[in-house]
Design a protein around this ligand. Sequence first.
Ligand SMILES: [Zn+2]
Length: 270
Amino acid sequence: MPELPEVETVRRSLAPFLTGVSIRAVTVRETRLRRTLAADFAAVLTGRTIAQIGRRGKYLHLHLDDGKIWLIHLGMTGQLLVEEAEPSPLLHDHVLVSLSTGQRLRYNDPRRFGLMLIGTEAEIETVTALGVEPLGRTFTGHYLREKTQRTQRTIKDVLMDQRVVAGIGNIYASELLFRAGVQPSRVAATLTEGATDRIVEATKAVLREAIRHRGSSISDYRDGEGKRGGFQDRFRVYDREGQPCAACQRIIQREIRGGRSSFFCAVCQR
Ligand SMILES: [Zn+2]
């Protein structure tokens, strides 16, 4: 599932093709995404110009010239691709957008957990209910301690709660906790001040590094030009069960909680 670095990479790859570009026509081939696409979706979008493309957490914000936002979440398998001309649609191409440049933006999503809607900034905020941006100044050790003081949840669950901090999923939670030296199953309230500070630092460092490597392509993630990311080759723990830890040579373990796998080194992480 695309997390912040993948969505940021998609944003950067699409920006040159979409910024200042008008929408000539919209074809909706399937309305049943995570939420049913609004009946007037195509009509509302047609004729608008995309002023800029932003991101909040794992969501893309395409700012339209009427002040509204076209919100896109890629779900688990969603891909947004810009292509030359307009070849015949493929299986799972749910939304096709013809652009004033003659190119086409294609939304393909086999599992249909993606989301698309158009609304005002206030409407979008109500739908997404996101916490702070992890790369922003407001994500600090102090902020994280406020969110962890009175909870019985594990630190990994807190970090993956989009209402606390937006954009982190299973991959980057696993990787950043390894770098911070904290076990994923630690009850968040038991962390020291030093540990929460290290977690915030590791979060920013891992996300920045992953963006530099254009995200992680585990299965089907691609950027807006169909290219794979490279950060999967730099994983220290994620998806490395049974392999030796790069730092201490002990075997990386996997623990399943709530249907989700956590990967960690029991020596390096406490
Ligand atoms: Zn280790």
